[in-house]
Design a protein around this ligand. Structure first.
Ligand SMILES: [Zn+2]
Length: 209
């Protein structure tokens, strides 16, 4: 941990509401550069990336300014060095002063790590306060892969449980029946039905036996 910093947990993180995020994006054209607009920003701010990739969150308060630092595990190479991101917030004025990634060569400020961390703190602010305080000074889930975790199943990557769908062939059979009724011939899947017959001269081709 850095000097004069403390571990961040569910109770001491600065509150960042949607208005503060909106204002920050508006005032920082970096985050709105052509490259980041739309695709990258939405990808980085989506819940699953930030929550699994962020670890070692620490913070330091000096008067009304709170500095929050984290280490972010790279999305695709979980074993390589983390990206360090620092967020500075004026809590009294309820204003985000800066959010910077220190390890991205590509970008001054507006990289996806900075966006993901900002949105992560924002999401923590929106979470209903619960009785247990979660400590964020810990390894990220992603970076545990290969050290304390030897492997990870896809459904363990996030807390959300994936929906399990029953195997149900009813809809498919219904589709096939309806397609036969309408005498469809331009649907690939129908060509694999036993009783499928090509129309016209093609039905005499040896490929259809
Ligand atoms: Zn970065």
């Amino acid at each position: 941990m850095d000097k004069s910093f403390v571990r961040a947990d569910g109770s001491n993180l600065p509150k960042i509401d949607a208005l503060m995020v909106g204002l920050f994006f508006k005032n920082n054209p970096d985050f709105y550069s052509a490259e980041l607009r739309n695709v990258k920003t939405t990808l980085a701010s989506r819940e699953s990336y930030g929550d699994d990739a962020i670890g070692w969150v620490q913070l330091c308060r000096k008067k009304e300014v709170c500095t929050v630092k984290c280490q972010m595990c790279p999305e695709h190479k979980v074993r390589s060095a983390s990206y360090k991101v620092t967020l500075v917030v004026n809590e009294k004025k309820r204003q985000i002063i800066s959010c910077e990634c220190h390890d991205c060569v590509a970008s001054l400020g507006g990289c996806k790590h900075a966006v993901a961390f900002l949105m992560w703190v924002h999401r923590r602010s929106e979470e209903p306060s619960c009785t247990s305080v979660e400590c964020y000074w810990k390894k990220s889930t992603l970076s545990r892969v290969g050290t304390s975790l030897k492997f990870i199943a896809a459904d363990q990557l996030c807390k959300k449980k994936a929906k399990k769908h029953d195997v149900n062939s009813g809809l498919f059979l219904e589709f096939v029946q309806e397609a036969k009724k309408r005498k469809l011939s331009n649907c690939e899947v129908l060509k694999y039905q036993n009783d499928f017959v090509y129309v016209g001269i093609k039905q005499f081709s040896f490929h259809s036996f």
